[in-house]
Structures are given as structure tokens and as C-alpha cells.
Design a protein around this ligand. Structure first.
Ligand code: ATP
Length: 367
């Protein structure tokens, strides 16, 4: 089921102090979520992710704009009539009910021709429990389960009515690092097996990038960029997106283009084509640095972190906008750990230029 969000805006009235301004949590959000895909809604705290999800679910009404599930205009429909399944960060299971009873619960409210017998409900709940691999835990109470198991029960409960759209709001936040990895793979598998159009909200870019077919990056209620995760990583539309995606984050320098060359300080670090002389922000991904004695970019080497497969060299440069530059290079690279400086050549595909004022990406060919 495709989901169409058409010029969605949600403004909350001012609260508290006199003269407080209204908050536009979602600002003219337009996007057609393709049928059967998993979409990661991504952005920093307060950017409007949860509000967007609440609008899709029907818990909030938009100030303006429309929402369609397929051809159906659901903008005015209450949540219970939209056919959505919701999973929240806190699993919100009923503590006094067993796992089986928790999963059956949404089926008990079905009326009319959808009404099911007890046997039908049990069969359906068991089928979904098998899908999320908790079928051996059906008689336990939620307090007898691990966090990951509880979250699977919550997912099973959201899936049991076969929703048209599945909405997940930070579903992995309460899990430890290992369980997060495992559960996000599970969510991906379940989504693929069911083919239910799914929107997944997170502020964790690794999480969103690893499981989403498409990511939507938001800032202050406004969509910054939509695309396949790798495409957005490789072609960020602006400095905000470039900084938001990637761990360690992109390194940003003040620089300028002059006479077909890109300068950081006095060093001409690249040849450019198609960019007029101007001041720019230069974003360089951590994996875009090649340590070499001929490198034009000379940084003060501070220390090194060995991380098994990779080494991270921490250095400084007066033109860098952050206190340190963090690069990632293969552990097999020969580096002088005692040197005071490190010289880098740069990989063209890992270097991006941005306008100093608007921070929008400047198209550029490096030669
Ligand atoms: P987080 O990752 O911290 O959950 P988020 O991206 O999900 O953040 P939202 O919860 O959607 O962000 O909030 C977006 C903005 O709208 C914030 O500035 C928030 O304070 C504001 N907001 C959210 N709900 C309300 C409300 N009911 N009344 C007033 N302002 C609200």
C-alpha cells in the first residue's frame, strides 16, 4: 500500500509564556512512500519525526495537507479506522496478560464480518508469533521476557490485524547494543516477509541506513533529502545531511576555490572544474584521506586509535571547523605513529563543496 503525504503541516499553538511563538513541527511535508518499502525517517531530536508518524497514524490531525493510503483519503479518519500497526519505544505490553493474550488482544475488538472465533484468534496469533520467532514463549508474562523479546511481542501485536501500514517509533531505543543489531535485522526480515509498507523513526543514522529502502532526512520539520541510504551518503544535498550521515562524522573545513584549484589554507588540495572562484565549506569523509608523503594537506598529528580492521588518525588543522580531524584508514597502511605531522592526499568521491551562506552542495568535478 503506497502512502501519500501531501503538503502536510502541523503547527502547535503557543504554550507557556506570553508572546511565545507557535511551533511548526512538520512543515509542508510532501512524499509518496512506495508500496511495500521500509522508510527510515531520520533527524535530530525535535525535528518532527514523531509528529509525522502521529499524523500518518491519526493520533494527530494535520493543520493542513492530506494523507492517502493508496487511493483512500484517510486525513479525517481516526487511528482505529486507518488500519495501522504501531510499535513504540516502550513496548507498552499488558503486564497481566500472557504473550499469547497480548497478541490476541487487538483481534478481540474486531466487529461485524471481521469478528473472529477464539480458535481463529489463537491460530492467527500463533502464526504471527512464529513469524517474529516468539512461539516458544506464548505462556510467559511480559516481565518474564528480555527487552528484545518484549519488543518482538509488541511487533507481533502490531502485525496481527495485518495492518495496511506499520509505524515504528524508535523501537530499538530500549535495547542494548547487541540486541539492537539483532532486532533491527529481525525487523528487516519481518518487513520483507510481510511486504507491509513500513515507516521507521529513529535519530540513529546507522540504524536507518542499515535497514531502510529509502531514508528521509528532516531538520526543523522540513525534508532535507530523500533517497536510498548509500545515494544520500554519497551525494548529500547540503551540509546538514552530510554532517548527519556517517560515523565518524564528515570533517568540515573552511576553504576556497581559486583559479581552478581548491585551497585549504595555503595548500592547493585538489584541482576543480566548473566552480567559480568563491569561499566554500569543504566536507571530507573520514575514509577520503590517503596518508602519503606527497599529500598537500598537512595536519598536526595528535594520536591514533587502532580499531582492528581500521586505524583512526586524530589530527588538527587551523581551517577545520572542529577541534580535531578524524580519518579512517586501513590498519595495513604504514603510518609513522611518532610523526608530528601527517600529510594527506584526498579521494575525489569523498570530498564535497558547500556554499558558505546557504550550505547547499555546490556541483563540482575534481580532476
Ligand atoms: P525526538 O527524537 O526527540 O522524539 P522528534 O523529531 O520526534 O524528536 P517531535 O516529537 O515530532 O520531534 O517534535 C517536533 C517539535 O514539535 C518539537 O519542537 C516539539 O517540542 C514540538 N511538539 C511536539 N508535540 C507537541 C505538542 N503536543 N505541543 C507543542 N509542541 C509540540
Amino acid at each position: 500500500m503506497k502512502v501519500i503525504l501531501q503538503n502536510l503541516t502541523k503547527t502547535f499553538p503557543p504554550r507557556g509564556k506570553k508572546g511565545a511563538a507557535p511551533v511548526t513541527a512538520v512543515d509542508n511535508f510532501t512524499y509518496e512512500i512506495p508500496d511495500g518499502k521500509l522508510i527510515g525517517l531520520l533527524g535530530p531530536s525535535g525535528c518532527g519525526k514523531s509528529t509525522t508518524l502521529s499524523l500518518i497514524c491519526g493520533l494527530q490531525k494535520p493543520t493542513s495537507g492530506k494523507i492517502f493510503f493508496g487511493e483512500d483519503d484517510v486525513t479525517e479518519l481516526p487511528p482505529e479506522n486507518r488500519g495501522v500497526g504501531m510499535v513504540f519505544q516502550n513496548y507498552a505490553l499488558y503486564p497481566h496478560l500472557t504473550v499469547l493474550e497480548n497478541i490476541i488482544f487487538p483481534l478481540e475488538n474486531l466487529r461485524g464480518k471481521e469478528k473472529m472465533t477464539k480458535a481463529e484468534m489463537t491460530a492467527k496469533a500463533k502464526e504471527i508469533a512464529a513469524l517474529v520467532q516468539i512461539d516458544s514463549l506464548l505462556d510467559r508474562k511480559p516481565s518474564e521476557l528480555s527487552g528484545g523479546q518484549q519488543q518482538r511481542v509488541a511487533i507481533a501485536r502490531a502485525l496481527v490485524k495485518v495492518p495496511r501500514v506499520l509505524l515504528l517509533d524508535e523501537p530499538l531505543s530500549n535495547l542494548d547494543a547487541r540486541l539492537r543489531l539483532q532486532t533491527r535485522e529481525e525487523i528487516r526480515r519481518i518487513q520483507r516477509e510481510t511486504g507491509i509498507t513500513t515507516v521507521f523513526v529513529t535519530h540513529d543514522q546507522d540504524e536507518a541506513m542499515s535497514i531502510s529502502d529509502q531514508i528521509v532526512v528532516m531538520k526543523a520539520g522540513v525534508i532535507q533529502q530523500i533517497g536510498e541510504p548509500q545515494e544520500v551518503y554519497n551525494n548529500p544535498a547540503n551540509l546538514f545531511v552530510a554532517k548527519f550521515l556517517g560515523t565518524p562524522p564528515i570533517n568540515v573545513f573552511h576553504g576556497n576555490v581559486s583559479g581552478g584549484k581548491l585551497y585549504i589554507g595555503d595548500a592547493a588540495v585538489m584541482q576543480t572544474k566548473g566552480v567559480d572562484d568563491r569561499e566554500v565549506f569543504i566536507g571530507i569523509r573520514p575514509e577520503g584521506f590517503i596518508p602519503t608523503s606527497e599529500g598537500a594537506l598537512i595536519c598536526a598529528q595528535k594520536h591514533m586509535e587502532v580499531m582492528g580492521r581500521d586505524i583512526s588518525i586524530i589530527s588538527t588543522h587551523p581551517s577545520c571547523t572542529a577541534p580535531t580531524i578524524r580519518t579512517i584508514i586501513s590498519a595495513e597502511t604504514d603510518v609513522n605513529t611518532l610523526a608530528e605531522t601527517v600529510r594527506y592526499a584526498l579521494k575525489p568521491g569523498k570530498v564535497f563543496l558547500f556554499d558558505r551562506e546557504t550550505e547547499v552542495r555546490i556541483p563540482c568535478n575534481f580532476v
